[in-house]
Design a binder for this molecule. Structure first.
Ligand SMILES: Nc1nc2c(c(=O)[nH]1)N[C@H]1C(S)=C(S)[C@@H](COP(=O)(O)O)O[C@H]1N2
Ligand SMILES: [Mo]
Length: 211
């Protein structure tokens, strides 16, 4: 699916730290890379767009399921952001294209007691890889469900057809192959969080491990 030519671009506020100086933008304990490494648990699922869907459920006024066509009919946005992996690499100035989390959750309308988001993903084995994020941070203006990176469709290993991106947290807080967004009242650990990663994951304070 082609990227519409004229899209608004949101610049993640973290990219302007130190007036954009590369060192000032690199969180403690991170090393810059120009390449984009691939990291995940299990094997890469191959998801035909015809079979892909996104379900939004839990503490919402309207539970919704969007197929690939319905998802792509929503207004798109570009986000320019830095990404930081808990395994100590960072990559600056990524351009992601997709649908903002705010646009998606405006359709479902979270109830007032919704405070946390659990992202769910197709993956193998297991078929339900998850990661937890506070709702307020998931709704930051630079968060999106991305279909493209630097102008190209996402590759399967980076999460095609759609992945979550929460730029101001470590990269594991965005589900590749995302299939669902669950709104919850309480925080509960996702996949890596159950395996020792931090419940929150702020790279600036090195919230890498929970214990
Ligand atoms: N579905 C799914 N999403 C996932 C993961 C995973 O194992 N399964 N790993 C996370 C982790 S630990 C990281 S660091 C990033 C890596 O994204 P990348 O391979 O595009 O660099 O994806 C995150 N999203
Ligand atoms: Mo990771």
């Amino acid at each position: 699916m082609a990227i519409p030519s004229e899209l608004p671009t949101v610049v993640s506020s973290d990219t302007t730290r130190g007036n954009g100086d590369a060192n000032a933008r690199t969180p403690p304990g991170q090393t810059l890379t120009a390449k984009w490494p691939v990291l995940h648990y299990g094997s890469v699922p191959t998801l035909a767009t015809a079979n892909w869907s996104l379900r939004i459920w839990g503490l919402v006024e309207h539970e919704i399921t969007l197929d690939w066509e319905q998802f792509n009919a929503l207004p798109k946005t570009n986000v320019r952001c830095d990404i930081h992996c808990v395994t100590h690499w960072s990559r600056l100035d990524n351009l992601f294209t997709g649908v903002s989390t705010k646009t998606l959750l405006d359709l479902a309308k979270p109830l007032t007691d919704a405070r946390y988001v659990m992202q769910h993903a197709s993956s193998s084995p297991g078929n339900d890889w998850t990661t937890n994020v506070p709702l307020a941070e998931f709704l930051d203006d630079d968060c999106l469900l991305a279909t493209h990176h630097d102008g190209e469709p996402l590759t399967a290993e980076h999460g095609a057809p759609v992945r979550g991106i929460v730029p101001r947290l470590y990269l594991w807080k965005g589900a590749k192959w995302i299939s669902g967004i669950e709104l919850r009242a309480t925080d509960t650990p996702g996949f890596w969080e159950q395996n020792g990663y931090h419940m929150h994951g702020d790279p600036w304070t090195e919230e890498r491990f929970g214990w």
